[in-house]
Write a protein of this length. Structure first.
Length: 415
């Protein structure tokens, strides 16, 4: 073995030779293929993570070398004959060597250690490469407008390297089994954060569960166990506040059978559907539609109230509108169609014609009318003149020259 020794030399008579003992230093021999020491049994290697290996060179007698200079290489081999990685070897100049390498796939690997192109006794050394950390779902939250969901992982994934290209979210996710998920598209904003863009009117709501499809998401170099798990989608951190807006008439009369209000101008739900709650004070009328149509109530003043809510947790908003209902008069309307004043010659007949009608909301426009013509401040004697309903015919010669009359037609319903 190598070391420092004392050598005693004596004569045949048993006396020591002059100068004994003599000092002897034995140095290690050249590096031997048979005596390399590799700490592979204690080596912990994780896929994709740089690892290092220490090698102690020895001579054929097992002496540790204390100087460098040996030429050797280390190559990581997989289950097949292909190389997984070539190590970078550093000579520490003290008989030890450090080999740094990175093995991407996980599983069992072999380290081929060669001195001057020939395997040493410890080669190949078998090591177990553990999987890279598996990405896990951290959070899923709606954006403020509800048009997208940001999904965060605890570390980068294998699907992040898509160069800003949109891809169908259904390739990696399931969403409570909703068929509408086919219209979702995903885009990675960073290696560990993606944005899920939703189609307008998508059925997803806060609280729905987002699940990873099995065997799709891995570590960036596909050298981890597959990601799995589910996470509930949180509402927006600062959701849009809904705004209630009522559109409709300020007043109506009882001619109209119904009155209609709309809340379609309300906003603030983002991509979420607003919900509506209508009411009218003093009346047992309710609706949850975007429009509210109801029979015209009795004459009076009413307050119409609309409350809109979104599914993202924002406080509901309300709008109110006053409605005045007027009572409709059901009296007929009379219009004499002749020009006013009428000028006629004494030798010509005079024909007056009138139009009698009810308002449009009258229950029956064909009702029987009582019509009565009269003449006021008239110098002529018209007592014997016959009328024909809404027409008045005065024969020629009945109006004397210079006569001046004011004619009236009174109409009244008899039922």
């Amino acid at each position: 073995r190598a070391g420092v020794f004392s050598v005693w030399v004596g004569s045949a008579l048993g006396s020591a030779v002059s100068g004994a003992p003599f000092g002897l230093t034995v140095t290690p021999g050249p590096a031997s293929h048979q005596s390399f020491v590799v700490n592979a049994s204690t080596l912990i290697v994780q896929a994709g993570v740089p690892a290092s290996l220490r090698v102690q060179a020895r001579d054929v007698f097992g002496n540790d070398l204390v100087a460098g200079g040996a030429q050797f290489s280390i190559t990581a081999l997989g289950s097949s004959s292909g190389a997984l990685a070539d190590a970078a070897v550093v000579d520490n100049r003290d008989g030890t060597y450090k080999a740094a390498f990175t093995i991407v796939p996980y599983g069992r690997a072999r380290l081929s250690i060669r001195l001057n192109g020939t395997d040493v006794a410890a080669s190949p050394a078998t090591i177990d490469v553990t999987p890279a950390p598996t990405p896990r779902l951290l959070s899923a939250r709606f954006g403020d407008t509800g048009s997208f969901i940001d999904v965060a992982f605890d570390r980068p994934t294998n699907r992040a390297g898509r160069g800003g290209v949109l891809w169908p979210c259904t390739a990696a996710f399931e969403l409570d089994g909703l068929g509408q998920a086919t219209s979702f598209t995903c885009l990675f904003l960073s290696p560990s954060t993606l944005r899920m863009y939703l189609a307008l009117g998508a059925a997803i709501r806060a609280g729905n569960v987002l699940s990873l499809r099995p065997g799709v998401v891995f570590a960036p170099r596909n050298n981890s166990l597959p990601s799995s798990g589910s996470i509930a989608v949180d509402p927006p951190a600062t959701p849009l506040m809904p705004i209630a807006v009522i559109t409709g008439p300020d007043s109506v009369d009882q001619c109209s059978p119904t009155v209609r209000f709309s809340g379609a101008s309300s906003s603030g739900g983002g991509y979420d559907q607003l919900t509506y709650a209508w009411s009218i004070d003093g009346l047992d009328l309710r609706s949850t539609n975007a429009t509210f149509e109801f029979p015209v109530p009795p004459a009076g003043v009413y307050t119409v109230t609309l409350v809109v809510s979104s599914g993202f947790g924002a406080a509901p908003a309300a709008d109110r509108k006053s409605l005045t209902v007027f009572e409709t008069q059901q009296r007929p309307t009379v219009v004499i169609r002749n020009p006013n004043p009428v000028r006629v010659r004494a030798d010509q007949p005079l024909l007056l014609e009138a139009t009698v009608s009810f308002s449009s909301c009258a229950a029956d426009d064909s009702r029987v009318l009582s019509l009565q013509w009269s003449a006021a401040a008239c110098t002529a004697n018209l007592t014997a003149v016959a009328t024909r309903g809404s027409s008045l015919l005065i024969p020629a010669g009945r109006l004397p020259i210079g006569a001046s009359c004011r004619f009236e037609l009174r109409a009244a319903s008899v039922r």
